[in-house]
Design a binder for this molecule. Structure first.
Ligand code: PLP
Length: 407
């Protein structure tokens, strides 16, 4: 593996080399979606140029090729997550769909009035709303783990919440809004000690750290391709075979059946049982290309680089007397969330855009968290390994412009 160098890997991402409002683009919105390396763009393009066909039932060469690409990608994901079996990897549209699958096919049939699901105040809406919906449909209760003012999960409260009625824990691995890295292994250990299964929302974790589902021993793990430098519209649900075998399908259609008569439908085995209809084959091919690209990068060094840049940005921002950093967890990824007393986050984002700097502003799909923080919105810069110190300096300089206009 070649030593990590942000300036070198950056060249693999053609989109970064462009002007925005006449200024070189500084892309700091990676938590919303990451940019794609040429290897991913080429894999998708080659698939459509020479390999496009529907999968699984075709006898012609292109269909066989597409099926091999699709099922080969499942092995790539299995290895990436260190799952025991490839049938534990289900392709879905993204993290949102993965969590909805578990909420509908695992939780809803199981939940009785008074049962409990545990989430936290840090969750993205996609790891909150599906559970709220499941609770409303069944009479179950949503328990919400609070956080400290620094943005860390209150593990003492979490442990206290786990009880006889807890049917599932569903927690984020890494907070998109604050960057907090949750103690995933400890979360699983405490739940399993009481026989409670755990789903981890890994949407923000997989692009920034090595995730090993066997070592974590989580029961479900969800992530999206597009945050992992792959295409949009594709994601993964990992689930332990012994749990997913027992779950009913949640969507009916082609591929998820083994036989259909007028009287009876028999369902397919894993993973096809959860992959009804023609999937996003090109998306799967692109996702595998993204993972293979990442396999060539020293992810530990890349992650250390991102974190160092974020801490550098935070040190610079703390020199601004009108900036308040939001989220000061001890274990934190490359996410810098902040508010300014002089300007609304929306204005910050708009002015930064004019300077060529792309950040995200708003509630980050975490309204309960914003409520807890007592702010309607934050501005968020989120880093990827292709960002450089120069990007951060441009970001900080652009914030200086905001101050000049509003301060
Ligand atoms: C922590 C977290 N969970 C879930 C999601 C939802 O991912 P998707 O929209 O790709 O389904 C996101 C997206 O921002 C996220 O950051």
């Amino acid at each position: 593996m070649i030593p990590f160098d942000a300036a070198v890997v950056r060249r693999d991402f053609p989109i970064l080399d462009q002007l925005v409002h006449g200024k070189p683009l500084v892309y700091l919105d990676n938590a919303a979606t990451a940019q794609k390396p040429r290897a991913v763009i080429d894999a998708i393009s080659n698939y459509y140029l020479s390999g496009n066909a529907n999968i699984h039932r075709g006898v012609h060469l292109l269909s066989e090729r597409a099926t091999a690409g699709y099922e080969g990608a499942r092995l790539v994901v299995q290895k990436f997550l260190n799952a025991r079996e490839s049938r534990e990897i289900v392709f879905v549209r993204g993290t949102t769909e993965a969590i909805n699958l578990v909420a509908n096919a695992y939780a809803r049939p199981l939940l009785r009035p008074g049962d409990e699901i545990v989430v936290s105040i840090l969750e993205h809406h996609s790891n909150f709303v599906p559970w709220k919906m499941a609770c409303e449909a069944t009479g179950a209760v949503l328990r919400v783990v609070p956080m400290t003012d620094a943005g860390e999960l209150r593990m003492d409260e979490y442990e206290r919440m786990l009880g006889d009625r807890t049917r599932l824990v569903a927690l984020g691995h890494l907070s998109n809004a604050l960057g907090t890295i949750n103690p995933a292994a400890e979360i699983v250990r405490l739940a399993h000690a009481r026989g409670i299964p755990v789903l981890l929302d890994g949407a923000q974790a997989v692009p920034h750290m090595k995730v090993d589902v066997a070592a974590l021993d989580c029961d479900f793990y969800a992530f999206s391709g597009h945050k992992l430098f792959g295409p949009t519209g594709i994601g993964v649900l990992y689930g332990k075979a012994e749990l997913m075998d027992r779950m009913p399908p949640w969507q009916g259609g082609g591929d998820m059946i083994s036989s259909v008569t007028l009287e009876e439908v028999r369902y397919n085995t894993l993973p096809a049982k959860f992959e009804a209809g023609t999937p996003d084959i090109a998306g799967v091919v692109g996702l595998a290309a993204a993972i293979e690209y990442l396999n060539g990068i020293d992810m530990e060094a890349a992650s250390a680089h991102e974190i160092a840049l974020a801490r550098y940005a935070e040190a610079k921002l703390s020199e601004f007397d009108d900036v308040k950093l939001v989220g000061r967890a001890a274990k934190k990824a490359g996410i810098v969330s902040f508010v300014m007393t002089s300007a609304h986050p929306h204005d910050i984002g708009t002015i930064l855009d004019r300077e060529g700097v792309a950040i995200r502003t708003g509630h980050h799909c975490c309204q309960p968290l914003m409520h807890r923080l007592g702010v309607p919105a934050t501005a968020r810069a989120s880093l990827a390994f292709y960002n450089t110190r120069e990007d951060v300096d441009r970001f900080v300089d652009a914030l200086g412009q905001v101050r000049k206009m509003f301060g």
